[in-house]
Design a binder for this molecule. Sequence first.
Ligand code: NAD
Ligand code: MG
Length: 385
Amino acid sequence: MRSISIFGATGSIGSNTLDLIRRDKTAYRVIALSGAGNIKKLAAQAVEFNAKIAVTAYEDRLEDLQDALRGSGVECAGGANAIAAAAALPVDWGMSAIVGAAGLRASMALARHGGILALANKESLVCAGDLLLAECAAHGTRLLPVDSEHSALFQALNGENRKALRRLILTASGGPFKDYTLEQMRGVSPGQAMRHPKWQMGERISIDSASMFNKALEVIEAKYLFGCKPEQIEVVVHPQAIVHSMVEYIDNTIISHMGSPDMRGAIGYALHWPERAINPIAPLDFTHMEALSFSSPDEAKFPALRLAREALQLGGHAGVVFNAAKEAALDAFIAGKIGFLDMAGLVEKTLYNAQIESIRESAQSSLAQVLAADAEARALVMENI
Ligand code: NAD
Ligand code: MG
């Protein structure tokens, strides 16, 4: 029986992970599940999967969680420190699926178990890629990407000689505003931005997909996961979301990974790796498929991609500054304080802010430093709104 924990259990990735576990409950012992404000769902999951401990990110909701779990035998805890402590409980397989930099501490703790760290929280690599990879290496933990594109790349690189790698081609659906003019994009609402044409995901990543900030984070994520140069990572718009990404080798061979746009594919791969297992996703039917198309992203409409490449060139803490500024700008957009297109402007301004030059350029040497850079960047965004 494998012991597992899921951080961000109540979210889209977390619920999909539990959906796979549910099909084979006797194979797993669930240790920790975490959520935030969705206490009812967290409590229901903890009871159904007989978790050892359930943790809410919100300390002031702990009482509600205790009420919901009274008599169940499930331990309860609340707050960011409690999540980090629960992530330190040893497990064979840990899913990091909290949204945003808030997931960083759980990823770092899961990296110390020497088992498998299934990483959906791409922000962990964007903010602290050097630290997370070093932690995994020091403890013999296997990092498996759960982002669909990176799972696809991981699979297309399986057994190949990395020296023969020429390019990683990340596919992007283009989001709901792919065919909008800049003028049309200026006035879009958070509700419109959340409606992703192909993938069912959490609200924040859906809006990030509409602005292509999600793809921007994924470029940085790929650099850390696969250790390639930034110029080897290309983004191609592929609206059908059937090809999940591709690897090009020096002999001009391209290995692509295809499948239905269902995250249970990438989650299931990480759950069963190195084996493959039957999963509930719809198989592809090539005889009834719309034509697959590919094009270059319009970087005038989607400056996030350029900014990610610039953050990679800057190195040091530029990734955490980039992500924190993006998260704070996203909060402001959701709150109706700024327009959709203002997000990229705020990120650019923060990335190059002279006040944080020394912070931005220093190497990632501790988690505390990364978190301080995160706070500094968020404060700068607030000043500029
Ligand atoms: P979601 O919004 O559906 O769920 C987020 C989870 O994090 C919830 O359990 C929520 O309770 C928890 N959470 C929110 N704020 C928190 C905080 N401050 N502290 C602790 N926990 C908090 O998000 P999601 O779509 O499942 O995405 C989760 C992660 O996976 C993100 O990093 C996202 O980029 C990545 N990812 C998601 C998808 C997808 O299809 N949903 C695909 C690829 C990668
Ligand atoms: Mg993705």
